[in-house]
Ligand binder design. Structure first.
Ligand code: ADP
Length: 345
């Protein structure tokens, strides 16, 4: 392995360690999402009082808001083992059957990207979630027999960024469903301060506030910015994250005051400059900036919609007057009803 590669994988390991250290362990460590936390603690306490495993739980919302973390937190709270997998990783029905037969009473099966399970796999999951049984077909043709195995009572925790793509029967089997929203500024700031403490980095209140303000309401982004600002503070200042250090580091990373990066701005500019503000189809935008449409839809668009910069219309995406204003582009004369409507938003 070349020295360069070793350095890269060494810093990768450090990042992994950081990630594990920063993951909240208990519900009390999860900051923000108060409504979700309150509902979860009721779910957990009530199940404990009945000495039952908790109902199946579904988390949905944009990436980086804490769906995986919540699955680990629940496992810790109920003192259960957690088995982690993802929709695309379970290719065949047999793969899921193997996972299910190894579960014990009270275990948690976390399935990330649960909307990407195949049909055949879902068919196995339905009776497993509903009746805790596994139907195995032995043999083929008219001589085939179905064998029914009882499974221990376990809990499925599913996570998805695309609730709409989840088959209705699967969605219905999750007794508790929670939408995770972007974090408000205050809890985001507390998350940054907590992480700085765990990473042993000195940070001022206004430094944390500035990182939180530009974190797109997303803890994963906030923690990433914190690490980059820490690097900058160590390499270009005295190691302390102050407001000035944060502003200089983020300016260098081309992250603007609202937390938009180069790709966000390119998305907005393509719509405004090439397609007169839209509406324009997602695939066209994706091709124009050489990004994957799914990434734009999952990662970039939700925040731009939340800011009120992009509007989803039946004919595609349109930019609103707020986007023009943020980019300092003057508003065109609206020449048809649709763009008129978009500009009025
Ligand atoms: P998702 O599964 O929704 O993509 P994750 O659970 O992987 O998101 O969270 C992304 C990162 O943000 C993790 O490093 C996690 O430690 C951190 N994080 C998420 N939510 C919180 C929270 N409420 N409090 C503290 N840290 C959080």
């Amino acid at each position: 392995m070349s020295a360069e590669k070793r350095v890269v994988s060494g810093s990768q390991r450090k990042t992994d360690r950081d990630n594990i250290a920063l993951r909240p362990r208990r519900l009390a460590d999860m900051l923000g999402q108060d409504r979700v936390r309150e509902n979860l603690s009721i779910l957990i306490e009530a199940a404990a009082a009945r000495s039952e495993p908790i109902d199946h739980v579904l988390f949905y919302g944009p990436p980086g808001l804490g769906k995986t973390s919540l699955a680990y937190v629940i496992a810790n709270e109920v003192a259960g083992n957690i088995r982690v997998t993802a929709g695309p990783a379970i290719e065949r029905a047999g793969d899921l059957a193997a996972i299910l037969t190894h579960l014990k009473q009270g275990d948690i099966l976390f399935i990330d990207e649960v909307h990407r399970l195949g049909k055949a796999v879902e068919e196995i999951l339905y009776p497993a979630m509903e009746d805790f049984v596994l139907d195995i077909v032995i043999g083929k043709g008219p001589a085939a027999k179905t064998l029914r195995l009882n499974l221990p009572r376990f809990t499925v925790i599913g996570a998805t960024t695309r609730l709409a793509l989840l088959a209705a029967p699967l969605r219905d089997r999750f007794g508790a469903r929670f939408r995770l929203d972007f974090y408000e500024q205050k809890p985001m700031q507390r998350i940054v301060l907590r992480a700085a403490r765990l990473l042993n980095v000195e940070i001022s209140d206004d430094g944390a506030q500035e990182i939180a303000r530009r974190a797109r309401g997303t803890p994963r982004v906030g923690l990433r910015l914190l690490r980059r600002v820490r690097d900058y503070a160590e390499a270009r200042a005295d190691g302390v994250i102050t407001l000035a250090v944060t502003q200089a580091a983020l300016a260098l990373m081309e992250i603007d005051t609202l937390g938009l990066d180069d790709i966000d701005r390119r998305i907005l500019r393509i719509i405004i400059e090439k397609y007169s503000g839209g509406p324009v189809g997602l695939d066209t935008i994706a091709a124009a900036i050489s990004e994957d449409s799914a990434t734009i839809m999952d990662v970039y668009e939700p925040y731009l919609i939340q800011l009120g910069f992009i509007d989803r219309t039946p004919r595609g995406r349109a930019c609103t007057r707020h986007a023009y204003r943020h980019l300092g582009i003057s508003l065109p004369e609206a020449d048809d009803d649709e763009s008129q409507r978009a500009l009025l938003l």
